[in-house]
Design a protein around this ligand. Sequence first.
Ligand code: AMP
Length: 402
Amino acid sequence: MKFDELGLDPKLLAGVASLGFESPTPIQEEALPYALAGRDVVGCAQTGTGKTAAFVLPALNRMPADHVLRTLVVTPTRELAQQIEVFGTAMGKHTGHRVLSAVGGVGLEPQIKALKSGVDLLVATPGRLLDLLKRGDLRLDRVEIFVLDEADRMLDMGFWPDVRRIFAALPKKRQTMLFSATMAPEVMRIVATSLNDPVRVEVSPPSVPIELIHQALYPVDASQKVELMVALMKAHGDFDRTLVFCRTKMRSDAVAMGLERAGIPTLTMHSDRTMEQRMKALQRFREGKVRVLVATDVMSRGIDVEDITHVVNYDVPSNPEDYVHRIGRTARAGAKGTAFTFVDIREFPELDAIEMLIDTEIPVEELEGFAYRERAVPRAGRLAARKKRKAFGGRVMGRRRR
Ligand code: AMP
C-alpha cells in the first residue's frame, strides 16, 4: 500500500515524501482510514511502529491551518513530545499548520508567547499542560481532536490523576485517539468511559522465529571490541547489511569512528541527528552504499530496512527484551540472519537475563587467529546451572511468610 491510497491531502503527501517515507507502516495503514473519517481510535502499538504519523497526519488532514488550537496531544515525556513536535513541524511546513510542544523543565514564558501567537496542534506533557490551564494561559474549548499517547506509560509514571483532569477539561464533542503498548485495566476503563465507539487497531512487533537466526557469543575484553569487529568483518566477507547496537550515543560514535579508521565506512543513527539526516543515512544503508549502521536501541526502532544480514550486539543490552528486538531485525521474510553478541565479563549478568528469557544458551564462538587479550569466557552448561539455582531460590522464597 502507498500513502496516496489513503486519501491524504496532497500537501501532507509531499510532507511525508520529504521525510523519505515510502509506504505506511502497519499501524498507519490500519489506523489512518478510521482516524481520517473522524472515528475514535484505540491503538495498541509501541514507539517505533510509526504511531506518531498515525495520529498527526489525520489531525492535520482534518483540521484547518487557522492557528486555532484544535488538536491536543498529551504524551508522558519531554523526549516524546519533542519528537512529535519535530514530525508535526515537518508536516506543517507543507500544510501551514503551527505545531508547538509545551513541556516541563523549560521556560514557561516562551511557551505562553508562542501559544498567544496561535497554534494549531499542541503537544504537551501532563504537568505543564495543567500548569498552563491553571494559570489561564491556555483554553481547550476549541479542541476537536485529543490524542493520549503512551497511556500505559502515563499510568506507570503516576500521571493518571492528571490524565483524568485533562479529560475533564476537554469539550465533550471531540475525536479521541488513545495509544498504548499494553491495555492495563485503568486504560481500558478510560477507553470505556471517555471514548465514543472506538475502533481498535493493533500491531504486534514483528517477530522472527529465533531458530532462523544464527546466534553466537564472542567473549572479548571491552578494550578490544572495535578491533574484534574489524577483524570479524575482514574474516567474513558477508557482512552486507550490518546493524551494530550500542548502549549509548557516545559509544555508537566511538565505534563508528573506530570502524572508519580501519577503512570501513559506517553510518550512525541517533537522536542528535535531524530527521532529514537520519532519513538520508537510512537511504544509503538501504541501497547498500554503506554496509554498517550503528544505532542505539531507541533509534533502532525507526530503522525499517529489509535484508539485514548481521546484527552485532556491540554491547549486551541491559533490557533482555531488547536482545530479542535487536536480533529480530535480521532473518526477515525467511532469510537467514546472523546475530553476534560481544560480551565482556562485566556484562555477564545481562547475558544471564537474556539467556533465561530466550531459554537458550547462546553458543560461544571465537575468531581464529585473533590476538585476544585476557578475557572471561562463559562456561558451557551455565543456563542449566542458573535455572537450578533459581528453582532452589524460588522454593526458599515460597516458604517464607509475608
Ligand atoms: P514512531 O513510532 O512514531 O516514534 O516512529 C518511529 C520511527 O519510524 C520514526 O523515526 C519515524 O520517522 C519513522 N517512520 C514513521 N513512519 C514511517 C514510514 N511510513 N516509513 C518510514 N519510516 C517511518
